[in-house]
Design a protein around this ligand. Structure first.
Ligand SMILES: NC(=O)c1ccc[n+]([C@@H]2O[C@H](COP(=O)([O-])OP(=O)(O)OC[C@H]3O[C@@H](n4cnc5c(N)ncnc54)[C@H](OP(=O)(O)O)[C@@H]3O)[C@@H](O)[C@H]2O)c1
Length: 330
């Protein structure tokens, strides 16, 4: 009887130690926190994809610090639900839902038109929205969706808001990229993935495009008081993997997710590097950089290629119609 009881005690303490170890590991994986007590009272901020994940946590944090937060989202029902949570939590009523589908140039242009009719300044633009590893789909203008939303939509949005950002200087643009850019290549002969489509490669290309865009834009913005920086938020437990069957089956729910879970950041911690880039006073004059865990980080070699950055810029101007007003995808 006592042997049996000892085995139970031993078993219970082993389970306890295992759970304690997992909790400790999870805690350590949350990464750096932006701890500076910087207020954002009265600052006007736009965050794309703010209804869930990293974007929603960023909106929470900025609303708590007193900012006027524009949530630029494609789904107004989800956006309004998130807005209510944020207003209740932050007690800041100056949080607004505005429709902006980054897969539609017309929607982006309409969003900017409405925003400019309401606000004369813009202190922080956070290009956060993203889609990952979806089946091949096209934006309204015929651009492959991951490149279209993650890069081209944000390219047009930023371009249309640059005048307001310059008038509001010192102001900041924050581009949420990813470590995935290190595996990315810009397909100079098939940017739109027409000849072949690989959902992982298309995501990596779009995230490399984020970093190249940041590099070229920082060069163009020198001396204007507007800075632009890119970042990797960490590996974060959000809805980003919604298109990856492996993470959405009952099998993975039972056998994969429990092993992956300890290594994921929660969205709250996933938002920390965005807050650092958006708010840290020490970064006021820092531009063209890439951050991870609230610190500067080296980018991959292909993200330093100015020739490709310029080529991508020229194609992006054409495909989004920033110069002519008419998008021409070819
Ligand atoms: N999670 C990670 O581990 C991780 C790692 C590296 C980088 N990132 C980057 O972090 C950013 C935020 O991702 P997340 O992890 O928070 O993912 P998420 O939970 O899936 O959130 C993505 C957001 O983007 C929005 N979005 C997607 N397509 C859009 C469109 N056409 N127009 C406007 N908004 C659109 C989504 O809106 P709906 O809810 O309506 O779909 C959602 O609000 C992305 O740029 C992602 O690449 C994430």
């Amino acid at each position: 009887m006592s042997i049996f009881r000892n085995k139970i005690i031993l078993g219970t303490s082993a389970v306890g130690t295992l759970i304690g170890g997992i909790v400790l590991l999870k805690d350590r994986m949350q990464g750096a926190t932006f701890e500076k007590n910087v207020r954002a009272d009265g600052k006007v901020v736009i965050i794309t994809g703010a209804n869930t994940g990293i974007g929603k946590e960023t909106a929470y944090a900025l609303a708590r610090r007193g900012a006027h937060v524009y949530m630029a989202c494609r789904d107004m029902v989800k956006c309004e639900e998130a807005r209510k949570d944020i207003v209740l939590d932050s007690r800041n009523p100056q949080v607004y839902c505005r429709e902006c589908d980054l897969a539609s140039m017309q929607s982006i242009r309409q969003f900017v038109k409405q925003f400019k009719a309401e606000q004369q300044r813009l202190d922080i633009l956070i290009n956060n929205a993203g889609v990952m590893r979806c089946p091949r789909t096209l934006t309204k203008e015929g651009i492959e969706l991951q490149l279209g939303v993650n890069h081209m939509g944000h390219f047009l949005l930023t371009h249309l808001l640059l005048d307001t950002l310059k008038l509001s200087a010192p102001s900041r643009i924050v581009v949420v990229s990813s470590l995935a850019h290190t595996r990315g290549q810009i397909a100079l002969d098939d940017l739109n993935s027409v000849k072949s489509y690989d959902e992982a490669k298309a995501y990596e290309q779009s995230k490399l495009a984020n970093v190249l865009f940041t590099r070229e834009l920082a060069r163009r913005l020198e001396g204007t008081g507007v800075t632009v920086n890119a970042l990797h938020p960490g590996i974060v437990d959000t809805e980003l993997m919604r298109h990856m069957g492996i993470f959405n089956s009952w099998f993975s729910g039972l056998f994969v997710c429990p092993f992956v879970w300890p290594f994921l950041k929660s969205p709250l911690y996933g938002a920390q590097t965005t807050l650092y880039a958006a708010l840290d006073p020490e970064l006021e004059k820092v531009s063209g950089q890439y951050f991870s865990d609230c610190a500067p980080k080296e980018v991959a070699d292909q993200a330093k290629d100015d020739r490709v950055a310029k080529w991508l810029w020229a194609v992006s101007e054409k495909w989004t119609g920033t110069l002519t007003g008419t998008a021409a995808v070819s």
